[in-house]
Design a protein. Sequence first.
Length: 90
Amino acid sequence: MPTVHLIIKGKVQGVFYRVRAKKTAYKNGITGWVRNTPAGDVEMMATASQNALDSFIEWCRKGPAAAKVSNVEVTEKEEQLFDEFTIIRD
């Protein structure tokens, strides 16, 4: 299955982006992780079917209601397997 690395930029911290991303990923059978970055972005790794990832990436471009996403950088990676979708709190 495909794996993607995402960097979401904009007003994405302090708006429950990670929590909503986890719920959206779980609902769509996506595994991986999400975390905040020191630069104020949100970073994710996600593995799923291509259709599920395409849908998830579209959700990431909007995010939760309070978010203001300015850009989503998507990089394809070699397949990585995860047991679930987790929030990493550094």
